[in-house]
Design a protein around this ligand. Structure first.
Ligand code: NAD
Length: 299
């Protein structure tokens, strides 16, 4: 195996800088006589991972000076009841951002719920209005995880311009918006982007040519060293829980890349945890502050 040591893309560090910036902006906003920004979170059911994510988001709010409230609803909540709560939060002028933690129980249609959120409060950037505006290069709330990836590339001066970028995973919340952001002909984009998914016939044929490889499939160890070009920049979005009796929580987090073999060829790589994950929360803070300031959709 080669002795290549890649540069680490430190999401923890970049996220802490963004949070400090949001914290300062939020305090300036308050000192101008405005009320504190407020995020309303809705959690339906008892999914353990969702509880952990919501906990991390509300803690981050507290740290940066954003108020947050979490409405916890039982698994049995109907779509109608959930939408009624959302309608109430849409009308509440004290609430700037609304976040419905996914996944939802299987009897609820996620898109119907997302569409019921006022797009001006959709700080997750999942509403079709925001996704559509992203696609045509208009101001919008951008999905936090891909927006966080763009911040990481910017911070480390890893410009995607004219690079061949391959995104593995085509979900509405990570892969697809990441591909859109990277391929727009604007300051941060200008990449030639390929999207792969589970129907891609020969994944390696695509990944091996990637100058920047973004992996968001949710499949531990999907990408291995031989699938990666020498010197590639690797953004591993995967967050997979692997049972580990030696770990305190009984599991550990791994990405979608076989870290050692991929790192042996990469020029830059995100660790898991500590890569993309912290950026998602930081970008949510940023979006919530933008919502409070009505910076994306002026009143
Ligand atoms: P998803 O399940 O909605 O979508 C997965 C995508 O990967 C699909 O397009 C699917 O076709 C593709 N895929 C699945 N198996 C594949 C294979 N063998 N080869 C090629 N493509 C394959 O997932 P998601 O919500 O986009 O999340 C993806 C991963 O990113 C998960 O591990 C998730 O936990 C993680 N994630 C991390 C963050 C973060 O903040 N770091 C945020 C969101 C999601």
């Amino acid at each position: 195996m080669s002795s290549n040591i890649p540069n680490i893309i430190d999401g923890q560090h970049v996220a802490s800088l963004i949070r400090e910036e949001v914290s300062q902006d939020a305090s300036d906003w308050l000192s101008l006589g405005n009320r504190a920004p407020k995020l309303q979170v809705i959690l339906v059911g008892g999914n353990q991972a969702s509880k952990v994510y919501v906990g991390a988001k509300t803690k981050a709010c507290e740290e940066v000076g954003i108020l947050s409230e979490t409405l916890m609803l039982p698994d049995t909540t109907s779509e109608k009841i959930l939408k009624d709560h959302i309608a109430r939060f849409n009308d509440d002028e004290e609430i700037d951002g609304i976040l419905v933690q996914l996944p939802l129980p299987s009897h609820i249609t996620p898109l119907a719920v997302i569409e019921s959120i006022d797009h001006r409060k959709d700080v997750d950037g999942f509403h079709p209005m925001n996704v559509g505006r992203l696609t045509i290069g208009q101001p919008c709330y951008r999905s936090c995880t891909p927006a966080g990836i763009m911040e990481l590339l910017k911070y480390y001066s890893l410009s995607p311009k004219s690079k061949d970028v391959v995104v593995v995973g085509a979900s509405n919340i990570v892969g697809s918006p990441a591909a859109i952001m990277l391929s727009r002909e604007n300051e941060e984009g200008k990449a030639t982007t390929t999207i792969c998914h589970k129907y891609t016939r020969d994944l390696t044929r695509h990944t091996i040519g990637a100058d920047i490889l973004i992996v968001a499939a949710g499949v531990p160890g999907l990408i291995t060293g031989p699938m990666v070009k020498e010197g590639a920049i690797i953004i591993d979005v995967g967050m997979n829980r692997i049972a580990d009796p030696t770990a305190q929580r009984g599991y550990r987090l791994v990405g979608d890349c076989d870290y050692d073999s991929v790192a042996a060829k990469a020029s830059w790589i995100t660790p898991v945890p500590g890569g993309v994950g912290p950026m998602t929360v930081a970008m949510l803070m940023k979006n919530t502050l933008l919502a409070a300031k009505k910076a994306v959709y002026p009143a």
